[in-house]
Design a protein around this ligand. Structure first.
Ligand SMILES: *Cc1c(COP(=O)(O)O)cnc(C)c1O
Length: 378
């Protein structure tokens, strides 16, 4: 339905003031850096769920396809359909497809992960209804993360089911709970042992060739001997790998820039922000930046925990973060209203900034709001 509007073109972002600069050359660097760690036969799934970790999924997906990625993966069916609507023809895995959307998923030629008998049966029904055969699916096992996945004890059931020809199992996979933790890690060892049994079961009893995969980004770095047939790389493509020595190989693709909209000179003893959250202990200056917790800069970054970079200098976020604004102390830094400020990027990486806010790069990046413009550098 086309809604009548007032005829105004509305651009729903504060784009001149806040933007994330996304550098596709850095994405390319990360792609090759990760490729270089892999056996040439190991294939790469580029994980682009949640708007490519909060960046801009259409440009990221197109670039990855152009670079030769073997498949893409999203969390939900709608995300896969968005990629198809962009003309992306690559294989697309859907990690958490909801049974309600199976029909759509099939019509968009997406490949589901089946993770329970219920999801299996529901998908089978859709395949039979649409008179399809040998539809490519992926089987997800729960080996200890206790998120989604078949119980390893279900492997006999699955192997019996695939004697029918509704599905073709393209791959069997699981997910580690602590892939970034130092080796040897007891919990990962247990998961590995279980996955080994699952692989053996499938190898012995499956009629067609099945691929196996286990590792996300940190796993790729931490378990070079376990790359298997595929790896599933998300955060690494965006420039982080959850350990400083691994991060060194990668380049963060995004920079979040904001603009000083107002500067106040305040006297010692004056307070800043809601609930008088911060008190100046000397005469100082405060700069106001037009983004806040509605844009993904959570309250944890306030109260001096997080800092932004102005002309390369640290300016701490003072007081409580508001919905649309944050206040930073700039003292005598040489800056004025209208100047750009780096919230994170080169001086303070997204990972370091996330840490200041008591979170991780994944949450910071994927939580960046729609009001922030995405600027793509090709
Ligand atoms: C998100 C996700 C990944 C990607 O993990 P990174 O740590 O970002 O590389 C891999 N596998 C599954 C099942 C996921 O949900």
């Amino acid at each position: 339905m086309v809604k009548k509007t007032l005829g105004l073109k509305i651009k729903i972002n504060n784009s001149l003031l806040n933007f994330i600069e996304i550098d596709l050359k850095k994405l390319e660097h990360n792609y090759y850096a990760i490729r270089s760690l892999l056996n040439p036969k190991t294939k790469m799934i580029g994980v682009v769920k949640a708007n490519a970790y909060g960046s801009e999924v259409n440009s990221i997906a197109k670039k990855l396809v152009a670079l030769g990625i073997d498949a893409l993966a999203v969390a939900f069916t709608e995300e896969g359909i968005q990629l198809r609507n962009q003309g992306i023809k690559a294989r697309i895995l859907v990690f958490y497809p909801q049974t309600e959307n199976f029909k759509l998923l099939i019509s968009a030629n997406l490949e589901p992960a089946l993770y329970s008998k219920k999801s299996w049966r529901a998908f089978e029904k859709n395949i039979l209804d649409q008179r399809k055969k040998n539809y490519p699916v992926h089987v997800k096992y729960n080996t200890g993360l206790n998120r989604i996945g078949f119980n390893p004890a279900d492997s006999d059931w699955i192997l019996n089911e695939i004697k029918k020809d509704a599905f073709k199992i393209k791959s069997v996979y699981s997910h580690l709970a602590a892939s970034e933790e130092n080796r040897p890690n007891e919990f990962s060892q247990k998961q590995l042992a279980l996955f080994n049994e699952i692989m053996n079961d499938h190898k012995k009893n499956s009629k067609s060739e099945t691929d196996f995969h286990l590792l996300n980004t940190s796993g790729i770095f931490n378990y070079p001997e376990l790359h298997l047939d595929w790896i599933r790389c998300g955060i690494g493509l965006y420039g982080f790998a959850n350990q400083p020595q691994w991060n060194k190989k990668l380049k963060p693709i995004g920079k979040l820039i904001s603009t000083i909209t107002q500067i106040h000179s305040i006297k010692s003893g004056e307070t800043v922000g809601y609930n008088c959250g911060w008190t100046a202990h000397e005469n100082t200056r405060i700069a106001i930046l037009p983004l806040g917790h509605a844009d993904g800069i959570a309250r944890h970054y306030g109260q001096g925990n997080g800092w932004v970079s102005i002309q390369g200098e640290k300016a701490p976020i003072v007081g409580n973060i508001c919905m649309d604004m944050i206040m930073v102390e700039i003292k005598n830094l040489p800056c004025e209203e209208g100047d750009e400020v780096e919230i994170f990027g080169t001086v303070n990486t997204a990972e370091a900034f996330a840490d200041q806010g008591n979170t991780i790069s994944y949450e910071l990046l994927s939580g960046l709001g729609k009001r922030i413009e995405r600027r793509i550098l090709k």
